[in-house]
Ligand binder design. Sequence first.
Ligand code: ZN
Length: 207
Amino acid sequence: MLNSGWLEAFLGLRCPGCDKPLDQARLCQACEAELVPRHVPNFVYLGSYQRFGKRGRAIKYQGHRDLAGLVGQKIALGVQQAQWGLDGVTCVPTLFHRQVRRGYNQAELIARAAAEELGVPYQTVLSRAVYTKSQTRKALSERLQLPEETFLAKGPVKGIWLLIDDVVTTGTTFERARGTLLKAGASKVYGGAIAVKSPYEISRFSL
Ligand SMILES: [Zn+2]
């Protein structure tokens, strides 16, 4: 695994956040300095969609797997700052064919890293119930028309959960996943992401 700074510099790797040459492992110092927890009610994210949405896509499409660990740690810091007493951490599931293509679900990598940092269990609770096209390729109007039964819970859950996605755009997918967790028995569901397109939307959903 390429996780030492000198090796990445030697190989000419670029920062997934700003595309400049990396001055340390995973993410350049300037980008990492901006990756700090930001809070809206019941939700923590790490930066604006304009700046950090790209970072999410970098994790998604360029295989920066070790960056997910860093993101998970920063989200965990946000959870500690907000003093949410969690019973478990889970993620919004990706589509099966996308996970097969990439070999992993980036939201799960972030969620697992956050759970480890917080010392609470990670559990895969949700699965996709229906096939939908890749969210990133769909028009806004299509995304808002996700069928109601998008997610299924694999079993009952109890207590307070943190639900993680990588980048939240309209919030519709996230809210469906959150609703499924609540129906499965969760008493409270907090959220976490690298970036959200509209923090106002997220705070409205969380009411
Ligand atoms: Zn950078």
